[in-house]
Design a protein around this ligand. Structure first.
Ligand code: ZN
Length: 298
């Protein structure tokens, strides 16, 4: 399982062809050494056969391999989850709900729901990372260009803050976040939430960036010059993110933009582990926090 490229989808389906096979794999991911009660931390449990639950001896809480995760109470089989995660991680262009529904023979609404939950687990995993060292910081807009002065449906431009760390001139980790406005306070909040205090931040010379970054970071800024290398990686990655989104998810509603940005960043941040995307994604999903349907449709 370490090397995904060596396993075809046909082989993968054979390996994970039953609920038991998937459950067993998830159990090992979730509790690699021994069962730990999510309620009280107790380590002794009874397996409730037939219900696929584990009852804690100490507090009697009943846990399953999916409880508390984004797979919790899903009506879809574990097999469908596994197969979806395999397909999502295999194709670096991303998978649309239409493609996934067709490939797995499930309803479009199920595929959509599944993909959003997978992206939520991706976002959860990346939220633990903080950027450090030298970090390029800027804001950008996402949304279809205005045509003939008229905006079409869903083309309202959305403001996005972007930060990418650099090591020896090469990009490290990437963060992208949809924001309501580009006020100094918003910029400062974004930087403090995802960049380690004391890091060097490079940005354009906007006045709104100066004060909020002054206390916590070493801020290097200059008026943008398209001929210089300033913010080079950030601009390349924003271009790539726009191509990723318009290539696979064209026409998406603005309210879901964050979810697609999360997927783009997750994939970019693991670009050095292309063959391990599936086990890493499964690990992210198995250890994710629950996200209700209401959160997705907001
Ligand atoms: Zn317990």
């Amino acid at each position: 399982m370490a090397n995904q490229e060596k396993m075809s989808f046909a082989d993968f389906r054979k390996r994970f062809n039953s609920e038991d096979a998937c459950r067993e794999y998830l159990y090992k991911l979730r509790w690699p050494d021994r069962f730990v009660c999510p309620q009280c931390g107790g380590v002794d449990c009874y397996h409730i056969k037939g219900r696929n639950k584990y009852q804690c001896v100490q507090c009697r809480h009943q846990a399953s391999v999916t409880s508390g995760t984004v797979m919790h109470k899903s009506k879809l089989s574990l097999r469908t989850w596994f197969w979806a995660m395999y397909l999502v991680s295999r194709d670096k262009r991303g998978y649309s709900a239409t493609q996934l529904a067709e490939e797995l023979g499930i309803a479009y609404s199920s595929a959509w729901y599944l993909l959003h939950r997978i992206r939520s687990a991706m976002a959860g995993r990346d939220s633990d990372y903080m950027l450090s060292g030298i970090v390029e910081l800027d804001d950008t807009y996402f949304g279809a260009p205005t045509e003939g002065g008229r905006r079409g449906r869903g083309t309202e431009k959305v403001k996005v803050m972007v930060a990418v760390s650099k090591t020896d001139g090469k990009p490290g980790y990437l963060k992208m976040e949809v924001v309501d406005n580009l006020k100094g306070e918003t910029i400062g909040d974004f930087a403090k939430a995802c960049i380690v205090k004391g890091s060097v931040i490079q940005s354009d010379g906007y006045l709104s960036y100066r004060k909020p970054l002054a206390d916590d970071f070493e801020h290097q800024f200059k008026v943008f010059d398209s001929k210089s290398d300033m913010l080079k990686w950030l601009h390349i990655l924003v271009g790539n993110a726009k191509a990723f989104i318009s290539g696979t998810f064209h026409g998406l509603a603005d309210k879901h933009l964050q979810s697609y940005l999360d997927e783009f960043c997750y994939r970019f941040n693991r670009r050095g582990f292309r063959n391990q995307i599936f086990p890493r994604l499964l690990c992210a999903v198995a250890n994710s926090n629950i996200l209700g349907y209401a959160d997705l449709t907001r």
